[in-house]
Design a protein. Sequence first.
Length: 347
Amino acid sequence: MPHLDVPAWAWAAFNAYVVGLLLLDLFGFNREAHEIEWKEAAWLSAFFVGASLAVNGVIWWAYGHDPALTFFTAYVVEKSLSVDNLFVIAVLFGYFAVPARYQHRVLFWGIFGAIVMRAFMILLGVALVDRFHWVLYVFGAFLVLTGARMFVGSEDAEDVAGNRVLGLLRRVLPVTRGYHGQRFFVRKLGRLWATPLFLVLVMIELTDVVFAVDSIPAILGITTDPFLAYSSNILAVVGLRALYFLLAGVIERIRYLHVGLGAVLVFIGAKMLAEPFLEPRGIEVPTSVSLAVVVGCITVAAAVSWAATVRDHRRAALPTPPGAPTPGGDGTAENAPVVDDRETAER
C-alpha cells in the first residue's frame, strides 16, 4: 500500500487531539489524587478506545476501507503487546509500595515520556525501511526469535533491587525515605531531593523502552505508512493507564498471555520474512487475515488462561478427604509423622 498523502495540518490536528486527551485525563478525570476503582477504570478505558476508534473512523472516511483496517489491526497489535508491559509495572508498584492514589500520576508522566520516545522511534523506523528495505527483514527475524522465546515463558521482570540504573540513581541522587504526596522532588535543608515516586517514573520509562523494541517492529510489520504506524501506536499507549487499573485485579490470572503474544510476533515476523518469496508471485497476505490471526491468538490465550483459573479454583474448593495428608509448602505432608534423625541414628 502506498503511503497516505496526509497534509501537515492533519498531523498537527492529530497531535493536538492527543494532547487534548492527555490534558483531559490529567486535569479533568483525575484532577485530585485518588484510588481508581474498577468501574472508573472501565469507563475510562471505554472512553480512550472510543477516542481511538473515532480517529479510525476519520481515516475510513478520508482514505477508505483498507487504510482504516490497517490502522485498526496495528492498534489491536500494540494494545495487546502493551498488556505484557503491565506485568512489569505491577511489579514496580509492588516493590516501591506506591500508594494506589498516586499510581495514576506516575503512570501519566511515564506514558507521556513513552509517547515522545515512541514517536521518534516509529518515524525513525519508517525512514530506515523506506531507505533500506532490507531492514524490514532484520525486524522480521528479530520478531520470530522474540516470539519463539516468549513461547518458552514470559519475559520475567529484572530483579528490581539489583537493577543497575536504580542503584546508580540512588548513588547520584539524594532520595527521601518516604513519599511526599504526588511530588517527584522536594526541597529539604536547602537541597533538592528526589522522592521514590521519581525512581518509579524512571523505571517505567526504561521498561517502555525495552518493550518498544518488540512492539515497534511489530507495527512496521503491519504497515510502514508513517501516519498509520504513528497514530495507531500513540493512541494505544495513551489508554494504557486506564487499561492498567482495569486489569490490575486480574492481570496475574492471564497466565498464558505470553504464548498468545509470542504467536502474534512469530506470525508478523514470518510474514515479513516471506515477502521476498510471495511478492514476485503476486501473493499478499490481506490485512483482514492478519487481524483475524492476531485476535484469534489473543482470544485463545485469554480463554485458556480463564479455563485454567477456573480449574484451579474448583480444585481448591474441593473438600479434603478425612485422614488425607495436606500438602505443605515443600511438597511434603503437613500432618506426616516427624522423625528425629538423632534417634534414628542411635538405633
